[in-house]
Design a protein around this ligand. Structure first.
Ligand SMILES: [Zn+2]
Ligand SMILES: [Zn+2]
Length: 338
């Protein structure tokens, strides 16, 4: 079979690999679409702490079940030909987080496509319990967006605010847009996205969101103006930048919330004094739970998640796909068609 593999730092190739065989308790999936994630970019650059070459990347994908090897386990709730995606997390089951019902923040969290071969391949075999069934009429490209949409669903769940009237999302890349879509599907009408990239702002605007160009606009003044001088109920930090970290507290109202979604690769200064004075709650958000996944599957049909897809590339265009992601002008979610 053909696959896209990380062969070493800055060495991504389309390779011929052995088609995996389906061990006991596993399913074989014929992958149709797989998305490139920021994590895949870190792997490709040789900067991911765990990924080891050679590795078939890809943890955001959808396809159809072509083989089931139930082994000793009860047969899974899927049949040959069903459309599926996967919940890619592998948790240890032993640590405090796992024992207390939060395996998505396992001390030793691992993922399909990072710690073992993933979905940038025509076929992948995964443990049956990782498979998530999709509606029979869901397009495979939409199915490949369930994972990033679940990130958005999880971020919204972490705010735990029944009464969110308005929200601001810093960063209008794929994750910022998924958070905005998740907010919209949860009934929040007033959603503002900020970015410095014109093409990202244009896409967010086309999707019906209010956008602010943080290059040219005083974001703080604009948010205070929209919220009668209070600040936003909830802020979702999806930019991962130093400037976003420095500004976020002043954009949130007293007793408001900040949900950290974007991963900051370095310690950045935060206005902790404002955090004190406004009694702002800041909370981290990592990946997603099974419940977030199900919410993403349910919502994906209603919201135009596929609007975030900017490119659908053939498997042979592996390098081009990663280059597009490095220069986000015009690129948002890049999918490989397998
Ligand atoms: Zn991802
Ligand atoms: Zn664990």
């Amino acid at each position: 079979m053909r696959a896209i593999a990380y062969m070493g730092p800055d060495d991504i190739r389309t390779i011929a690999a052995d088609t995996p065989s389906c061990g006991p308790g596993q399913l074989k999936i014929r992958v149709h679409y797989a998305g490139i994630c920021g994590t895949d970019m870190a792997i490709a650059a040789g900067k991911h702490p765990r990924a080891k070459a050679p590795l078939i990347m890809g943890h955001e994908f959808a396809g159809e079940v072509v083989e089931i090897n139930p082994g000793d386990a009860p047969p899974p709730d899927v049949a040959i030909g069903d459309r599926v995606t996967i919940y890619p997390l592998l948790s240890c089951g032993q640590c405090h987080a796992c024992r207390t019902g939060h395996p998505h923040v396992c001390r030793d969290l691992r993922l399909i496509g990072i710690d073992r071969d993933g979905g940038f391949a025509e076929y992948v075999c995964v443990p049956a319990e990782m498979v998530v069934k999709l509606p029979a009429d869901m397009a495979f490209d939409t199915g490949a967006l369930i994972e990033p949409l679940a990130v958005g669903m999880h971020a919204v769940a972490m705010a735990d605010e029944g009464a969110t009237r308005n929200a601001i999302v810093l960063g209008a890349g794929p994750i910022g847009l998924m958070v905005a879509l998740a907010l919209r599907s949860s009934g929040v009408a007033d959603i503002v996205l900020t970015d410095i990239n014109a093409s990202r702002l244009e896409r967010a605007g086309d999707m019906g969101f209010t956008v602010l160009d943080s290059n040219t606009c005083d974001v703080s003044a604009a948010i205070l103006d929209r919220t009668a001088g209070e600040g936003a109920d909830v802020l979702y930090e999806c930019a991962g930048s130093e400037s976003a970290a420095g500004q976020m507290c002043e954009l949130v109202r007293g007793r408001g919330k900040i949900v950290m979604v974007g991963v900051h690769k370095a310690p950045h200064a935060v206005d902790l004094r404002t955090l004190n004075f406004r009694e702002i709650t800041m909370v981290g958000a990592r990946v997603y739970t099974r419940a977030d996944y199900q919410r993403a599957v349910d919502a994906a049909q209603q919201i135009p998640a596929e609007n975030i897809i900017s490119h659908r590339l053939d498997l042979d265009n592996a390098v081009q796909g990663f280059d597009l992601m490095k220069h986000p002008d015009g690129a948002c979610k890049v999918l490989f068609q397998l």
